[in-house]
Design a protein around this ligand. Structure first.
Ligand SMILES: NC(=O)c1ccc[n+]([C@@H]2O[C@H](COP(=O)([O-])OP(=O)(O)OC[C@H]3O[C@@H](n4cnc5c(N)ncnc54)[C@H](OP(=O)(O)O)[C@@H]3O)[C@@H](O)[C@H]2O)c1
Length: 267
């Protein structure tokens, strides 16, 4: 895999209005990348885009889209195409979770989660992949989670979407071997962002020992992407946890996960 420089290359970041997405934007802006920032919050995106352009002398564009709907995904890809810029890297980061017993979950929220966390990533990747293969460069950072390594009772749908992203990305990375195009699955553990509030996770519920801050997670992810890796789990404790579950019986891992997550069950 050739050496990678983000300078002057165009990067699309979904979920760029807060948390990990905004941090990707800051660190990539600092490295001289031109940015297409997408999410639903037009004001936040506009502020971030103009701040980053001023500080780093880069070009920025904003594309507002609700990626939990098929129409929103089509709108994103069409708007990005209309910009006419040579897009080289895509960070499929937008996502959310929900907590509680599945039986009491909001059916529409779970459906939107499936569409945003899984379906949108497939559609966006499928749309932009051919042109990257034609150029034999660029690639995708797909944001999964340590939750994708084992079932996550009381976040059942969320964990399943992240297992999907992980499996999809590792398969894609193998298909892309030798094409010059990268695919990295990023699996963060707990990171304090807007995620916890959106998912209904109490601040005290953030696993303190395995918690990392967004700048460290993003820096680790960009380093792994530059190195051409296909999977990265930032943080030593998260690496140990995701490695250990591979060697234990699935039923035992599911039971342990239920105990660890039981505080999130509100039924
Ligand atoms: N924080 C963690 O502990 C953690 C751990 C593992 C994995 N992750 C993953 O990291 C990714 C980023 O999450 P985060 O932690 O940075 O949380 P966050 O601060 O809540 O950011 C989520 C981003 O996704 C966007 N988004 C939400 N719904 C959307 C929709 N329907 N259409 C388009 N964009 C939408 C949000 O923007 P708008 O509201 O403006 O649309 C926001 O920019 C997610 O995929 C999450 O699952 C997070």
């Amino acid at each position: 895999m050739s050496k990678l420089s983000f300078s002057h290359s165009w990067v699309l970041i979904t979920g760029a209005s807060s948390g990990l997405g905004a941090e990707f934007a800051k660190q990539l802006g600092h490295r001289g990348a031109n940015l297409i920032l997408s999410a639903r919050s037009v004001d936040k995106l506009g502020r971030l885009a103009s701040d980053l352009a001023k500080v780093n002398g880069i070009e920025t564009r904003v594309v507002v889209a609700d990626l939990a709907t098929p129409e929103g995904v089509d709108q994103l890809t069409a708007d990005v195409d209309r910009l006419g810029v040579p897009l080289l890297h895509v960070i499929n980061n937008a996502g959310f979770g929900s907590t509680g017993a599945f039986v009491t979950s909001n059916a529409e929220t779970e459906r939107r989660m499936l569409r945003l966390n899984a379906e949108a990533i497939v559609a966006v990747t499928r749309h932009f992949l051919p042109r990257l293969i034609a150029r034999a460069e660029g690639g995708f950072i797909q944001v999964a989670s340590t939750a994708g390594f084992q079932p996550t009772p009381f976040m059942a749908t969320y964990g399943a979407t992240k297992a999907f992203v992980l499996s999809f990305t590792l398969a894609l990375a193998e298909e892309l071997r030798g094409t010059g195009v990268r695919a990295l699955g990023l699996c963060p553990g707990p990171v304090p962002t807007g995620f916890q509030q959106a998912a209904g996770i109490p601040a005290s519920g953030l696993l303190k020992l395995s918690r990392l801050e967004a700048p460290e997670v993003v820096d680790t992810a960009l380093g792994a992407y530059e190195d051409g890796r296909t999977l990265v789990v930032p943080g030593a404790l998260n690496s140990v946890q995701t490695t250990a579950v591979k060697f234990l019986p699935r039923a035992l891992v599911s039971r342990a996960a239920r105990l660890a997550m039981r505080g999130l069950g509100r039924s």
